[in-house]
Design a binder for this molecule. Structure first.
Ligand code: X8Z
Ligand code: ZN
Length: 613
């Protein structure tokens, strides 16, 4: 977009000098009435709705066409929104002591969970840095040197991820790992500045720091939420430990004892993923020696030349089979499904609600792999949540909590079973496993490599950030603290010594783009609770990993009813609506993987006995 259009946008903003209804509320004197509070909420929602849509368009353009101009445009609209939401948050305090009906009291509270900058310069700096970091992450490239010292062809993140997924050459893996992690130090100082600004914004709303404000968004005191996270982690940790021990043995067999130690942390570049957060790509190394099916969905999708649109259509068909609507035409017209050849985009998959009607889109650089097949179901989970709650007022147009939003598509993807794949023609009957014990383990292991492996990662990202935001971890200690947590919780170590000025956390999208991460940890538990409940609703009684709710309207209606609630009620009520439970719990996940745990422990005992000999 040209700078001429940008100046026009900037000029347009300067015109609004009239006092807004929200400012009028803020200026009002005396004890407020309930009627005034209701009017205030209505005015606030109307104002924020418009600015929210504008902000979404600005951010969409910024992420889809990374240039200096679009970066300015997206931060411009983000700042306008932040100005208004800040004014509203301050004005809302006037009504805090009133006895309002529950929905209005909830709205009033939600309005005050936001950053507020009274200093316009700081607000501008905050949104500018945020847009710049997201852009820098999206543009990041590693340019290996040729043998003669000249710079070779530069690699984008997706290309490096492919090497990490496929290569078994530890030197090559390490080169890619180090190459990508050399990008983020460029924005480490900006990140530190951003953290300080963000904390100022949180303090203005009475939160000690931004991390505390994040933890206050779960319908319980922040300390209680912290305790919940730790409780859930301790509940599932034995399963993670079994998987880690088994994986160590197999990696040692593959790479040898010089690369993989017998005890202590394992180098992080060997897990088939840039952040070692999911280990799906190790499946060929880890699968049971006998009985597991050699079926490979990635190979099927690739051989057939399945297009990005076809991949998306498979996912859409799943949701429509549950009785949900078809995706609007505008979704297909406006989404970005493949990586453009001629420009930089933020390829990290995301789903976008642009307005309160049905302008919903995804942005994803889809390739025909099993991993992307799951991810596209994940993204459409967000989209169907957006569409499900779009009749709610603005403040309730979000997930019951952010973990719910992340869990919907994953719940649906748990129904991608061999039976389902046969139904949609992606697997022949003769490729399906024989249902024997090792085949069962193979299927569970494949799932565990994403769902169990990610648990300590998902927790540690925000454990790290909570300390960064609270000031306990200073910029000079960013990497030391990041690796201490990864070592303790994930059992991994940096493939190379810590580098001065390093910023490994910043090599993860959600840190650069400042997206909270505890949501994925919660989603990992919730999706098994949802899956179990939907299977029950469908009348299914067999083992959960064989259940697919594909085509089941009854299960679909149950899910849709929860989606339609948005965040209108505290999340335990939404959880109750779908599952009858009121607590997030790792029990469903543990039940699902119970046969795998037994098998892993037996394997590990055998390995240990063989090592002793
Ligand atoms: O970021 C995502 C989604 C978009 S919300 C693709 N996920 C996390 C990640 O990639 O780190 C999905 C699972 C974890
Ligand atoms: Zn998501």
């Amino acid at each position: 977009m040209s700078s001429r259009i940008l100046s026009a946008l900037l000029a347009a903003s300067a015109i609004s000098v009239a006092i807004s209804p929200v400012q009028a509320h803020a200026a009002a004197k005396g004890k407020p009435s309930v009627a005034e509070a209701e009017q205030f909420l209505a005015d606030a929602e109307q104002r924020l709705n418009k600015l929210n849509n504008e902000q979404a368009r600005g951010a969409w353009v910024g992420a889809n066409f990374i240039t200096d101009d679009t970066e300015a445009i997206s931060s411009f609209f983000a700042e306008r929104f932040l100005t208004a939401s800040g004014e509203v948050a301050i004005a809302a305090r006037r009504y805090n002591d009133l006895k309002l009906k529950p929905e209005s009291a909830r709205k009033l509270k939600l309005l005050q969970q936001t950053l507020v900058f009274s200093d316009a310069k700081e607000r501008e700096a905050y949104t500018t840095i945020q847009a710049a970091m997201t852009g820098a992450y999206g543009k990041g490239k590693y340019c290996p040197k040729n043998a003669d010292g000249t710079v070779g062809t530069c690699l984008a993140l997706g290309e490096m991820e492919k090497v990490l997924a496929e290569s078994r050459d530890p030197a090559k893996l390490k080169e890619m790992w180090v190459g990508w992690h050399a990008q983020s130090p460029a924005y480490k100082d900006r990140y530190a500045e951003y953290v300080a600004l963000s904390n100022k914004g949180a303090k203005q709303m009475g939160f000690a720091d931004t991390g505390l404000m994040w933890r206050a968004q779960y319908d319980m005191p922040p300390e209680a939420f912290e305790a919940e996270m730790e409780r859930l982690w301790q509940q599932v940790k034995p399963l993670y430990d079994s998987l880690h021990t088994y994986t160590r043995h197999k990696l040692r067999q593959t790479y040898g004892p010089d690369v993989v130690p017998a005890s202590g942390p394992i180098p992080a570049h060997l897990f088939g993923n840039m952040w070692s957060q999911t280990w799906d790509n190790l499946y060929p190394i880890l699968k049971p020696a006998t009985g597991a099916s050699s079926y490979d969905l990635s190979k099927v999708l690739e051989t057939r030349g399945t297009s990005a649109k076809d991949m998306t259509a498979y996912a859409e068909r799943f949701y429509t089979s549950l009785g949900m609507q078809k995706l609007p035409e505008s979704f297909w017209e406006r989404s970005l499904l493949t990586k453009p050849k001629d420009r930089d985009v933020v390829c990290h998959a995301s789903a976008w609600p642009i307005d309160e009607k049905d302008d919903v889109r995804i942005k994803m650089c889809i390739t025909p792999t099993a991993e992307n097949f799951t991810t596209i179901h994940h993204e459409l989970g967000h989209i169907y949540y957006f569409l499900g709650y779009n009749k709610q007022p603005l403040l309730f147009r979000t997930g019951a909590n952010d973990g719910f939003h992340e869990a919907i598509g994953d719940t649906v993807a748990l129904s991608i079973t061999p039976d389902y794949l046969q139904k949609v023609g992606l697997m022949d009957a003769n490729q399906a496993d024989n249902g024997g014990a090792d085949a069962e383990v193979g299927q569970l292991l494949r799932r565990a490599l994403s769902k169990v492996a990610i648990l300590p990662f998902a927790y540690s990202v925000d454990k790290w950030r909570w300390d960064v935001y609270s000031g306990k971890t200073k910029p000079a200690d960013y990497d030391a603290s990041w690796w201490k947590l990864r070592e303790q919780m994930m059992g991994m170590q940096r493939p190379a010594p810590l580098a001065a000025g390093g910023f490994d956390a910043g090599a993860k999208y959600h840190v650069a783009a400042d997206v909270p991460y505890a949501r994925y940890f919660l989603a990992d538990m919730l999706q098994f609770q949802f899956h179990r409940a939907l299977c029950r609703e469908a009348g299914y009684t067999g083992p959960l990993h064989r259940c697919s709710v594909y085509g089941n309207a009854k299960a679909g209606a149950k899910l849709q009813a929860m989606l339609a609630m948005g965040s209108s009620k505290p999340w335990p009520e939404a959880l109750k609506a779908i599952s009858g439970e009121e607590k997030i719990d790792g029990g469903a996940l543990l039940d699902y993987f119970a046969p795998l745990k037994t098998w892993l422990d037996a394997q590990n005992r055998q390995f240990a006995a063989a090592d002793k000999k």
